[in-house]
Write a protein that binds this ligand. Structure first.
Ligand code: PMP
Length: 351
């Protein structure tokens, strides 16, 4: 830290993203990326926009918001787009977060955004089975943030539970982070016309194979979106670059390709869960493009290290309650076969 760093941030612990190693080719199952490449239309759109780089992007992202509105059955005024969903989450914390509540085990960026913006927050313990107790949030009187499906557990609440939380906090915004919803979850977008305090956040990084393009969006009441735009225009009006905007439009035009891929991931998730259970693992029932699994036969940190040595990268968290678990992204069938084979070898060598 330099002696010039503002006192405001000296106690800030930044978010640690998953490793992106360059030393060798890994079977990369650590950052929940899609194993499938972008569709042909996306590549063409990016190439076309590259020829226009001298021009700023559209600060309103009119084409993309129009397309999102069409696909999700809302008005363009109910949509905002962002540089990855992390950005719109940060905007939402800035705009609506006077006092926050989120689970103790959830996406690691939430406490960081809270600290960055000097917002007090309460971490509400998940139940022993890692599920969210809806009653903990009904009437809590704080801005609520829930990832649904949750990360890194993969567990998902039904829409009726989300509605109970939204309904139970009429004077606070409830932010539902649906980064993983396309892998079997139930979206709360259908409720945005009913509840003015609901904000749904999604991303193109997972089901739509665009993690590297950085594109997220939020859908909610027009007034909430207007507030988020006040923050956005006070931060970076050109937050979505032109290649990404039109890549997003093209991806939505080819939505069935991505939803088919999501189906394949769900099948591979089922297969991987069965294989890991056969090896004695406990696997939480996941509705995301990853599974959260642990074994009594090997320590979580050790499994991570042994897999990495053999060229397979998974995500390990050191927080005590989940330190025995590995978060394993679901990739292609071939990648998952390599994972299972490698874990089998590691367990055999241990004996
Ligand atoms: N929410 C959750 C729950 C996530 O796991 C992630 C991925 N790290 C994000 C949001 C952010 O994804 P992105 O910024 O790539 O849209």
């Amino acid at each position: 830290m330099s002696r010039f760093f503002s006192e405001k941030y000296t106690r800030l612990t930044p978010y640690t993203p998953g490793e992106q190693p360059r030393d060798m080719q890994y079977v990369k199952l650590n950052t929940n990326e899609s194993p499938f490449g972008p569709s042909a239309g996306v590549l063409a759109a990016v190439t076309e926009q590259c020829g226009k780089l001298q021009l700023y992007s559209d600060p309103e992202s009119t084409a993309l918001r129009g397309k999102l509105a069409e696909v999700y059955g809302v008005k363009p005024e109910q949509v905002i787009v962002s540089n990855g969903s992390d950005e719109v989450l940060n905007f939402a914390f800035m705009a609506f977060g006077d006092d926050l509540a989120f689970p103790d085990i959830t996406y690691g960026f939430y406490p960081v955004f809270a600290q960055l913006n000097h917002i007090p927050y309460t971490e509400i313990p998940l139940k022993a089975d890692f599920s969210i107790d809806v009653q903990d949030y009904v009437g809590i009187g704080k801005t609520v943030v829930i990832a649904n499906p949750n990360a890194p557990t993969g567990l998902c609440l039904p829409l009726s539970s989300i509605e109970a939380i939204v309904k139970g906090n009429p004077d606070n915004v409830v932010i539902i982070d649906e980064a993983y919803v396309d892998f079997g979850g139930e979206s709360a977008v259908s409720l945005v016309d009913t509840y003015e305090n609901l904000l749904v956040v999604q991303t193109f990084s997972k089901s739509r194979s665009m993690a590297g393009a950085r594109l997220g969006f939020a859908i909610g009441n027009e007034k909430l979106i207007a507030d988020l735009n006040t923050i956005r225009y006070s931060t970076n009006p050109y937050n979505v670059n032109r290649m990404t905007e039109f890549a997003g439009v093209a991806a939505l035009e080819e939505n069935s390709y991505y939803m088919e891929n999501a189906k394949t991931i769900m099948e591979n998730r089922q297969w991987t869960t069965e294989q890991l259970e056969a090896l004695g693992f406990t696997v939480l029932p996941s509705k995301a493009n990853f599974v959260f699994a642990k074994s009594d036969r090997i320590d979580g940190g050790k499994l991570y290290g042994e897999l990495k040595k053999r060229g397979v990268l998974v995500r390990h968290f050191t927080k005590a309650r989940i330190a025995q678990f590995s978060r394993i992204t679901i990739g292609t069938k071939a990648q998952m076969e390599t994972l299972v084979k490698t874990i089998t070898e590691i367990l055999e060598e241990q004996q």
